[in-house]
Design a binder for this molecule. Structure first.
Ligand SMILES: Cc1cc2nc3c(=O)[nH]c(=O)nc-3n(C[C@H](O)[C@H](O)[C@H](O)COP(=O)(O)OP(=O)(O)OC[C@H]3O[C@@H](n4cnc5c(N)ncnc54)[C@H](O)[C@@H]3O)c2cc1C
Length: 448
C-alpha cells in the first residue's frame, strides 16, 4: 500500500454512522480512534482500506476538529472557521486528493498583497520590494545565526540583533515588524518572544503556493465512518491484551487505540493514562508550545477594499487584526476574514464577540475611512473550545523536532499517537495531521 492510498476516497458507503451512544457490552473493537480531526479521519480511512472497521470517539458535537467549514454565515456558501489552506500544491498528498476529487481551488498570496502603513497609505511597489528584501535579509541572518547558538533563545532576541547590526531606522523597523507579524507570528500562531530561535521554522513545506478548496475543506472528509459524538475520553488504560477507553458516558475496549487529541489536551492532562505516560513523553509534551489563532469574518453590503487585492496587511503594533483575506470562496458576497495570532489572539479571547468585531471595524476604518456596517459578523474562539484550547503546535524556546518524534512514539505497545503535534517535519498543518493518521493506522495494523 502506498502512502497516498489512504487519501483515496474509494467507493465507501455514504455516511451511515450511528450518533446514539450505547454500551458495547463486552465487544472488543479492533481499533478505537480518539478524535475526528483530519488525523483521525485519515487513520480511519487507512484502516478501512486495509479491511479494518475502526470506531471513532469524538468529544465535540461535529466531525472535523480544527477543520470547520460552515455554510451558515453567507447564504449557504462555505466559510472556513479553522484551517483554510492546503500549504503547497507540489507533492502534498492532500493536493493529490483535491485533484482526484476534481475540486475547484483558489490560490492565494503573492502579487495581490497590499500593505497599509499606519497613516493609511498603501506601500508603493518599490517600498513593498524594499520591505520584502529586508525580511529576506532577516531570514538569511536567522538561518546563519541559529548555527552559532550555544543555547536556544527567543526568536525576538535574534530579530533585535539583526535590527542593531543593520542600524534600522523607525520606518524600516515598522516594516520589518509587519513582515515578522504576517510571516512568522501568523504562520506559527505564536509570538517571536516565545518562538525558539533555533527551531521555529525547521519543518519542511511544499512548493506551489497555498490553495483554498472552493467547495469547503470538509469535501475532503471520507464517508462511512462509525462515530460516537459528544463523548469525551477521560481515561486510557493499557492492559496486556487490550486497551480500555473510558468516556464521560461509556466504557469501550479495543485491541489498539489511536489517540489524536490536540497537544493542548495532553498538556492539560485531562485524559488519565494508566500506566502513566513515560517521563520522556511528558517532558516533550510540556516543552512543546501550542499557539493561538483566531479569525473574524465580516460580510459587507459593498466592497470597499481594492478590487485586485486578495489579501492586505495593516501595519501597527497596536492593531489586533493585522492580516485580512478576501473571503476566498466562490461567494459573490463581499467578505473579509481577519486574523489575530499569538498574543493578539489572547487579546481577542479576552473580548466579547461584539467587542472583537467593533475592534476589527475600527481598525479597517482607520485605513479605508467610512465603511459600511457588516451584514454578517462572526468571531472564532478556538482557545475557548474545551476540546481544542488553542490553534496548533509551535516550537517555543527549548523545544524542537525531537519532542515531536517522542510524542509520536506509542505508549506501551497498543496506544498510538497521531495528530499534527506528532507530525515530524509538518506540525500545525493539515497534511502533517493526515500523514500522522496514516502512520498510526499502519502501526495499529501491525498489532492486529
Ligand atoms: C484558526 C486555524 C487556522 C488554521 N489554518 C490552517 C491552514 O490554513 N492550513 C493548514 O494546513 N493548517 C491550518 N491549521 C492547522 C490545522 O487545522 C490542524 O493542523 C489540523 O486540522 C489538526 O488536525 P488533527 O486531527 O491533528 O487535530 P484536530 O482537528 O484538533 O482533531 C482532534 C479532535 O480530538 C477531539 N478531542 C479532544 N479531546 C478529546 C477527548 N478527550 N475525547 C475525544 N475527543 C477529543 C477534538 O474535539 C478534535 O475534534 C489551522 C488551525 C486553526 C485553529
Amino acid at each position: 500500500m502506498t502512502r497516498r492510498n489512504f487519501l483515496e476516497m474509494g467507493a465507501l458507503a455514504a455516511a451511515g454512522f450511528a450518533l446514539t451512544p450505547f454500551r458495547l457490552q463486552g465487544k472488543t473493537e479492533q481499533v478505537i480512534i480518539i478524535g475526528s480531526g483530519i488525523a483521525g479521519l485519515a487513520a480511519w480511512e487507512a484502516l478501512k482500506n486495509e479491511g479494518v472497521d475502526a470506531l471513532i470517539i469524538e468529544a465535540g458535537s461535529r466531525v472535523g476538529g480544527r477543520v470547520h467549514t460552515t455554510r451558515e454565515l453567507i447564504s449557504g456558501k462555505p466559510v472556513e472557521l479553522g484551517a483554510a489552506w492546503i500549504h503547497g500544491a507540489e507533492n502534498n498528498p492532500l493536493w493529490d486528493r483535491v485533484q482526484k476529487q476534481r475540486l475547484n481551488t483558489k490560490l492565494v498570496r503573492g502579487e495581490t498583497e497590499a500593505v497599509f502603513d499606519i497613516n493609511g497609505e498603501v506601500l508603493t511597489v518599490a517600498a513593498q520590494a524594499n520591505k520584502d528584501k529586508l525580511f529576506e535579509d532577516l531570514l538569511g541572518f536567522l538561518e546563519k545565526r541559529r548555527e552559532t547558538l550555544t543555547r536556544d533563545r527567543p526568536l525576538q532576541d535574534l530579530v533585535e540583533e539583526f535590527i542593531q547590526r543593520r542600524k534600522l531606522n523607525a520606518r524600516e523597523r515598522r516594516r520589518l515588524a509587519h513582515s515578522v507579524e504576517s510571516s512568522v507570528t501568523q504562520e506559527y500562531a505564536e509570538s517571536p518572544l516565545r518562538l525558539s530561535g533555533k527551531n521555529w521554522n525547521v519543518d519542511e513545506g511544499f512548493q506551489g503556493g497555498d490553495a483554498t478548496v472552493l467547495a469547503g475543506l470538509d469535501s475532503l472528509f471520507p464517508r462511512g465512518y462509525r462515530i460516537r459524538l459528544n463523548q469525551t475520553v477521560t481515561k486510557i488504560e493499557h492492559k496486556d491484551d487490550q486497551v480500555v477507553v473510558t468516556t464521560d458516558r461509556d466504557v469501550y475496549q479495543a485491541k489498539t487505540v489511536i489517540c489524536t487529541v490536540p497537544l493542548s489536551i495532553l498538556k492539560s492532562e485531562r485524559i488519565e493514562f494508566v500506566p502513566p505516560l513515560a517521563d520522556s513523553k511528558r517532558s516533550a509534551i510540556a516543552r512543546l508550545g501550542f499557539g493561538r489563532l483566531e479569525k473574524v469574518i465580516l460580510s459587507f453590503p459593498r466592497r470597499f477594499w481594492p478590487d485586485d487585492c486578495d489579501l492586505f496587511g495593516l501595519m501597527g503594533e497596536q492593531r489586533i487584526w493585522s492580516e485580512w483575506f478576501d473571503g476566498g470562496t466562490d461567494s459573490n458576497v463581499p467578505t473579509l476574514i481577519g486574523y489575530a495570532a499569538g498574543q493578539k489572539a489572547d487579546s481577542v479571547a479576552g473580548l466579547s464577540e461584539k467587542e472583537a468585531v467593533a475592534m476589527a471595524l475600527k481598525e479597517l476604518a482607520a485605513i479605508f475611512g467610512e465603511i459600511p456596517e457588516p451584514d454578517v459578523s462572526a468571531v472564532t474562539s478556538w482557545s475557548k473550545n474545551p476540546h481544542i484550547q488553542g490553534a496548533y503546535t509551535a516550537y517555543v524556546v527549548g523545544s524542537g523536532p525531537d519532542d515531536v518524534l517522542e510524542l509520536a512514539k506509542p505508549h506501551g505497545t497498543r496506544v498510538m499517537f497521531a495528530g499534527e503535534a506528532t507530525a515530524a517535519k509538518a506540525v500545525g498543518t493539515l497534511h502533517g495531521a493526515a500523514s500522522s493518521g496514516y502512520r498510526a493506522a499502519m502501526e495499529s495494523i501491525a498489532l492486529l
